[in-house]
Design a protein around this ligand. Structure first.
Ligand code: BG6
Length: 484
């Protein structure tokens, strides 16, 4: 038996965005208000003064439009530009494109009985346009776009009723788009619930007496919802590929001290416990031990175990941006915050302006580890990219050699992983076209191969301009990764 010496012929070359960061049109055609629509833009030099989004007052201030700039409300107005943008993506050479369905276009408040037809029609048109250009849609069902009412009136994913609302949403879209969409990613970065209570779990942190327990309840409900979505999808059309996603956070021991090596192993397990459940169909023993020792009891319903066991995912999607470092005492399970402190920095790696450590070899390590852990399950790189400040020259060009270098090095390592035997089905760099940042709501943290003339406040012509990286990625796709 041989291992491949290049990428497979039908490799999914694409790019990835999310509805809430690109579409805009936040209150049009029956769309309801989502969790992302109330997160304000805060100028970068003021960010450290602002607490993370965790109180009801912050949400209510958003509803009242107090801070005036809520960039995910306007995005890059993809809602009205998608035909033109898809033409550009076609010119770029993509054969696939990842985006999400904004839950609030389909069920504006989340708890309605019937879906909003205008919302459904928008995605009909979007998917038809992609297919007409020979671009396969890869669709995320939940990408931080929960209807706000499910948070303020129901308590987000902590409430078991949310599973029921999610099921209804899944049934509506899986049925409607069954002949248009083959690849589904049920949850974006399901493990981001370990670090982000509001966007990932729909929790208002300051209202939780025991945030730790609430976090694991919410994650359990998402895991059950994930299994139900697989079940519904397979019942509707067994040909649909029902995947889900985690962020990869490969970690290195801070030293060769066995305690640090053990901490790195435990932090790896922490980051992968949700994918262990989704792939293997049961909670792994290390998390059961953690729950026992921390007096965390998950309220399970009778058929949860069976659901998890019977409806595992067809492929695992990952995002890969950076790696980290673990030392004795670190355990991501214990907190609900993202530690990016000095003690997490690797002296051998370069760091982006936003503090993310760039590690192409880590991608090969990550893919190999997941391949072995999940015994050859197909993997998809659903996000990978460099958030950077771009400059538009007077001649209307963007010379983003740094972005080309980033993707070149990552693609090289990705190909090495395929040669190692990893079953990789595609590469979807974040974000193809510039969009609003999920974490900071900035426009100036850009990831695209296509520049969008718009600033952090939403000012600008919105003109789309091809960056140097556009022409580079075009050649990469055209040669199936041979010309880097
Ligand atoms: C991933 C998210 O975590 O990272 C995306 O799935 C996000 O939504 C991406 O945009 C990059 O993060 P940021 O904060 O730089 O936009």
């Amino acid at each position: 038996k041989k291992v491949p010496n290049k990428l497979p012929d039908h490799f999914l070359w694409g790019s990835a965005v999310a509805a809430n960061q690109s579409e805009g049109a936040w209150n049009i055609d029956g769309k309801g208000i989502s969790q992302a629509d109330v997160v304000p833009y805060i100028e970068r030099d003021k960010i450290s003064d602002i607490p993370v989004f965790e109180t009801r007052e912050q949400i209510e201030a958003g509803i009242r439009d107090e801070l005036k700039i809520y960039p995910k409300r306007f995005g890059i107005d993809f809602y009205h530009h998608y035909e033109q943008d898809i033409r550009l993506l076609k010119e770029l050479g993509l054969n696939s494109f990842r985006t999400s369905i904004n839950w609030t276009r389909i069920f504006p408040n989340g708890d309605e009985e019937t879906p909003n037809e205008q919302g459904l029609l928008f995605y009909d048109h979007l998917f038809d346009t992609l297919l007409a250009h020979g671009i396969e849609p890869i669709v995320t069902i939940s990408h931080y776009e929960m209807p706000l009412k499910l948070i303020t009136s129901y308590g987000g994913w902590k409430n078991r009723k949310t599973i029921h609302f999610f099921e209804r949403y899944c049934r509506a879209i899986l049925k409607r788009y069954q002949s248009k969409v083959k690849y589904w990613i049920i949850f974006n970065q399901l493990n981001s619930g370990l670090t982000d209570a509001y966007l990932a779990l729909g929790l208002i942190a300051q209202e939780e007496d025991d945030l730790q327990t609430a976090k694991f309840h919410a994650l359990h409900h998402q895991l059950v919802a994930n299994a139900k979505a697989v079940k519904i999808g397979k019942e509707i059309n067994p040909g649909m590929q029902m995947g889900s996603m985690i962020y990869d956070m490969t970690t290195y021991p801070a030293s060769t001290k066995p305690e640090d090596v053990l901490a790195a192993m435990q932090e790896t397990d922490a980051g992968l416990f949700v994918s262990d459940v989704m792939v293997n169909g049961a909670y792994p023993s290390y998390i059961i031990r953690y729950f026992q020792e921390h007096n965390i009891s998950i309220e399970e319903e009778a058929d949860d175990e069976q659901l998890l066991a019977e409806h595992t995912i067809d492929f695992l999607a990952i995002s890969y941006y950076l790696t980290t470092v673990s030392k004795h005492g670190d355990n991501q399970l214990d907190t609900i915050a993202w530690n990016m402190g000095e003690d997490k920095m690797n002296p051998y790696l370069e760091t982006s302006e936003w503090g993310w450590q760039i590690d192409p070899i880590g991608l090969r390590i990550a893919l190999n580890n997941l391949h072995k852990r999940y015994r050859g399950l197909p993997l998809l790189i659903a996000e990978n990219g460099l958030g950077a400040r771009d400059e538009l020259t007077e001649e209307g060009k963007v010379h983003d050699a740094y972005r080309i270098a980033y993707h070149r090095q990552h693609i090289q390592q990705m190909i090495e992983a395929v040669k190692d035997g990893v079953q990789l089905i595609g590469y979807q760099p974040w974000s193809g076209i510039d969009i609003i940042s999920a974490g900071t709501s900035e426009m100036s943290k850009r990831y695209g191969f296509i520049y969008v003339d718009q600033d952090d406040y939403g000012n600008g012509s919105k003109k789309r301009i091809k960056k140097d990286s556009f022409y580079w990625y075009q050649k990469v796709i055209g040669s199936n990764g041979e010309t880097l």
